[in-house]
Every structure is written in structure tokens, then in C-alpha cells.
Design a protein around this ligand. Structure first.
Ligand code: DAT
Ligand code: MG
Length: 168
């Protein structure tokens, strides 16, 4: 089944200079990258992304981690598209707990558990089709993706502020 999945290289992955390594590992899947960007995660985006974990004891620490408070304040967000994209990426990422993850998986090789008890596991990958749709729509707008993944609508906005390049 052709699917799409959200991948985040989390702040610890960027801090550890693992971007190239992770993208090379993911290229083994032969999936297509259909969107990519750097994002500075604010608390609102962090809360929305991890909304289903809001009652967990590690939630506040998890919000700090994904915002990059301890590392670099940035995340690389990508969408991978193709046959069985969700499972292929999850398999390479490895188990959520880096100590339980296969040592050849990305999380097993590079993740750690902090003294505050958060799994710093370097990479995020959507877990299923519904999660992928929710997460992709949270992190990307339709015009940032080079193919159409979900139905869109066109609206005309008035008085919308945008920053454009100055013409010299
Ligand atoms: P995954 O990222 O494998 O889909 P998840 O959605 O259950 O796992 O959790 C999101 C992130 O929260 C996970 O990547 C790391 C952190 N996390 C999850 N469970 C945890 C736990 N028991 N202790 C500490 N951090 C945890
Ligand atoms: Mg998950």
C-alpha cells in the first residue's frame, strides 16, 4: 500500500550531527522524500504533536526535549512517500526505548535515556496511517509538499501578512 509518513530528526539528532547518517539510512527504503524543512518548535506545536501523551509523567520534559531546550532549537521535518512507508521507516528507526531498540536501528545506535527519564531517541516516525495524516497536516501545509497527499481546498485570504524578499 502506498503511504506517507512524517519523519522528524529531533534536536538531539541535529546536535549529534546525525542528519546525513539518518538520511542515508532512510534512503535504503527507496522511498521518496516529498517535503522537507527546518522547524523551530514552539510549545504549541510541541503540545499538539504529543497531545496523546499529556497525562504521562514525562510529558513536560518531552515538550522541552522536542523544543530543543537542551540541544539545538530546531527539528528537521520530512515526509517519506511510497510502498509501506510507515513500517519501513519505523523498522529502521527501532523501538521507542533506545535501550530496548535493536542496536543496529537508528534509535538503538544513537538514542539515550536522560537522567530526567525521557527517551532521547533521535528520530520520530509516524506509527500508523491515521497518525501519519494527523502529523503531516500539523507539520506541513499543502503547498510545502510536492505532491497532493490529502484533499485540499482553495480559499482567498484578505489582509494576510507575509514576509517577502526585498527587491534591491
Ligand atoms: P514513538 O516515538 O516510538 O511513536 P510514542 O509515540 O509512544 O513512541 O512516544 C513519543 C515519544 O515520547 C517517544 O519517542 C519518546 C517519548 N517517550 C515515550 N514513552 C516514554 C517513556 N515511557 N519514558 C520516557 N519517554 C517516553
Ligand atoms: Mg508515536
Amino acid at each position: 500500500m502506498i503511504q506517507q509518513t512524517l519523519v522528524l530528526i529531533k534536536p538531539d539528532g541535529l546536535k549529534k550531527s546525525l542528519t546525513g547518517n539518518i538520511l542515508t539510512r532512510l534512503s535504503e527504503t527507496k522511498l521518496d522524500i516529498v517535503a522537507a524543512k527546518m522547524v523551530q518548535v514552539d510549545r504549541v506545536l510541541a503540545e499538539r504533536h504529543y497531545v496523546y501523551l499529556k497525562d504521562e509523567p514525562f510529558y513536560e520534559e518531552l515538550l522541552r526535549y522536542i523544543q530543543g531546550i537542551y540541544h539545538k532549537k530546531k527539528v528537521m521535518a520530512l515526509i517519506y512517500h511510497g510502498e509501506d512507508a510507515i513500517k519501513k521507516v519505523r523498522d529502521l528507526a527501532g523501538a521507542t526505548n533506545p535501550e530496548e531498540a535493536d542496536s543496529v536501528s537508528i534509535r538503538g545506535a544513537y538514542g539515550r535515556i536522560t537522567t530526567k527519564g525521557v527517551y532521547e531517541n533521535v528520530i520520530h516516525a509516524s506509527g500508523n496511517i491515521k497518525e501519519a495524516e494527523r502529523e503531516i497536516k500539523l507539520w506541513f501545509q499543502p503547498d510545502e509538499i510536492i505532491i497532493q497527499l490529502y484533499p485540499t481546498k482553495t480559499v482567498t485570504l484578505e489582509k494576510v501578512k507575509r514576509i517577502l524578499w526585498k527587491v534591491s
